[in-house]
Design a protein around this ligand. Structure first.
Ligand SMILES: [Zn+2]
Length: 302
């Protein structure tokens, strides 16, 4: 149903069709960082998101593009769960890329919506669901939404199943593990029971550090579901929205605004020069800056 919906939207919507067609021309390179494989994608169309002004003033002055009344007429939606719409994302990173906003204009928060996200992941097993916190890459921090991209795109989907780690917490059969990799800090929540997964996630949420002027602990979340394994949630606790190089001048500048997909192992760079320049050293320094330090995550065990 979703695949037919995407095909029909691309048939009717020229701008989206052109942006999906342009995806086949994006350049990709691979970087090995401490034995972990990352991909980098040069994707000029994503300047819309990477360059987005998301401060309170800019947000209050623009029309919310996720509210139904402001969407282009050609954009259709599939109602889900009574209060969400499944939409085609017209500025794709993935060959199949969805945006799933709440029907109402409510702020981006995860704590009470993690169960919705997990249920969506279970109903869309060909997709990885993702959540960008209001200061962690969401270009609409004022309107609650998830995104979904087709499986098989982000290296972490497979890496998370084989990496070892330290068990931090459990709830029934659900487990929360800090994966043994650096400088990315990845918490893996595995569960076959929805309710146990929700309880474990919400307990983690209540214990993650929250900065004084923030509305929730900074994080990105990926959710994948397989019938045999149940849910795998990759939670990336953050300490910074954008790295210093994002704001630097001249040759020091590198327009990287890391969100779920970047932490999932596909760094999206809209500027060609940045794509040519990025290497393991630069990638490592960006991850060190934006991720909650590993040592701090380890303390959650106590
Ligand atoms: Zn809105």
């Amino acid at each position: 149903m979703i695949n037919q919906f995407i095909a029909s939207q691309l048939d009717q919507w020229e701008m989206a069709r052109n942006n999906y067609a342009a995806l086949s021309g994006v350049r990709v390179k691979e970087i090995d960082l401490n034995g972990i494989r990352y991909k980098v994608q040069w994707n000029p169309a994503r300047i819309v998101s990477s360059g987005a002004k998301v401060d309170a003033k800019a947000i209050s002055q623009r029309k919310c593009f996720l509210c139904a009344t402001n969407r282009p007429e050609v954009q259709e939606g599939i109602a889900w769960g009574g209060h969400y719409d499944i939409l085609v994302n017209p500025f794709p990173i993935f060959p199949r890329h969805l945006t799933i906003p709440e029907k109402e204009h409510l702020p981006q928060r995860i704590k009470e919506r993690i169960g919705d996200m997990m249920q969506l992941a279970a109903e869309l097993p060909d997709f990885t669901l993702f959540y960008n916190g209001p200061k962690c890459g969401a270009s609409a921090p004022d309107h609650a939404h998830f995104q979904a991209g087709n499986r098989g795109f982000m290296p972490i989907e497979e890496q998370c199943k084989s990496l070892q780690g330290t068990l931090l917490d459990r709830e029934g059969t659900a487990t929360l593990t800090l994966l043994d990799e650096r400088p990315r800090t990845t918490l893996l929540l595995r569960t076959k029971q929805l309710d146990e997964g929700i309880t474990l996630f919400q307990r983690l949420y209540d214990r993650l550090p929250q900065q004084a002027d923030d509305s929730e602990p900074m994080m990105n979340v990926l959710a994948l579901y397989d019938e045999a394994e149940g849910w795998n949630l990759c939670i990336f606790p953050r300490r910074k929205h954008r790295p210093d190089c994002y704001y630097a001048e001249g040759s020091e500048r590198l327009l990287s605004s890391p969100a779920s997909v970047d932490l999932g192992g596909v760094f999206i760079l809209p500027i060609e020069e940045d794509f040519n320049k990025i290497n393991a050293t630069l990638l490592e320094s960006i991850l060190k800056e934006v991720c909650l330090p590993h040592e701090q995550a380890l303390k959650l065990k106590n």
